[in-house]
Design a protein around this ligand. Structure first.
Ligand code: PEP
Length: 289
């Protein structure tokens, strides 16, 4: 019963007025496309999502916007069912951390998600696995859901180390939150984003992506089975780890566009997409849904 999530990563793009215009256009096109009743003054779509996904959960649409656009975005998407997230949080929620973002504040502003461990955060801003573990914990403690990004560089793939790298990022990133995952696995999602595919136009083939997704889900089951997540769920190790892992959405990210999304989305272990470039225009993003 895991959700299918279409997630946008706007990176450092858009002004408040561009964001507002985007959401108005996107929502109107979405209503037409899904024949949804207009939301203006109508019933909230927050709980309903956008129909059922291929694995029995909800179809959801999340926008990771720059922190400075969270307030504007929240105002415009209110009652549309579209969810807003921050692209980065700090490991603490307040204190002497000049320039950082607090997950408590994101949550108070109405955001529902935090993105953690994106490759640009790791490579440009020096975010380590230890940071990602703490940030996942902090995000959940603030009441947000959290999406952990994992992915290998081209050199790591060519050295045959891709699985070793993503397994390490996965296990470290989730190491402090296995108890929360046991209670509600839907509060966590994993995005597999091979670094060589992000913003390069080189998309992983459906087979390459699916191979990693299957390996990640298996490893997730083993890891959660050994931790308290599996045992809290049903008292034993591997079987319960498998059940919990089956509830967690594994997204693919890296140059996803309307013309390659369908083949990727047909793979049973790919539960949605994390999208940069193609999420900046309503038509191209809607073309992925
Ligand atoms: C991303 O920023 O996470 C991403 C996948 O970007 P793009 O879709 O542009 O490759």
């Amino acid at each position: 019963m895991r959700d299918f999530i279409l997630a946008a990563n706007w990176k450092l793009n858009k002004t408040p007025s561009e964001a507002s215009q985007f959401f108005r256009d996107f929502n109107e096109k979405l209503e037409d496309r899904l024949s949804l009743p207009p939301t203006a003054g109508g019933e909230s779509r927050d709980i309903r999502g956008f129909g059922e996904g291929p694995n029995g959960g909800r179809r959801r649409i999340v926008f990771f916007v720059p922190a400075l656009l969270v307030a504007t975005s929240e105002q415009v998407v209110k009652d549309t069912g579209l969810e807003i997230g921050g692209q980065n949080i700090w490991v603490e929620t307040k204190g002497a951390f000049t320039g950082e973002n607090s997950s408590d504040v994101l949550s108070a502003m109405g955001a529902a998600w935090a993105l953690v461990g994106h490759s640009e955060r790791r490579s440009i801003f020096g975010e380590t696995d230890k940071h990602t573990a703490q940030k996942m914990k902090t995000a959940l403690a603030s009441g947000l859901s959290a999406m952990l990004c994992v992915g290998e560089t081209l050199a790591e793939r060519e050295a045959g180390d891709n699985l070793k790298v993503v397994f390490r990022q996965l296990e470290e990133g989730l190491s402090l939150i296995t108890d929360v995952i046991a209670k509600d696995p839907s509060r966590v999602a994993i995005a597999y984003e091979p670094v060589w595919a992000i913003g390069t136009g080189k998309v992983a083939t459906p087979e390459q992506a699916s191979e990693v997704h299957q390996a990640l889900r298996k490893r997730l089951a083993e890891f959660l089975g050994k931790s308290n997540a599996g045992s809290a769920a049903s008292g034993t190790t591997s079987a319960s780890g498998t059940a919990v892992a089956a509830e967690i959405a594994l997204l693919y990210g890296g140059s996803v566009k309307p013309d390659n999304a369908k083949a990727l989305g047909l793979k049973p272990d790919i539960d949605g997409f994390l999208v940069g470039g193609a999420s900046l225009e309503p038509d191209s993003f809607l073309g992925l849904f």
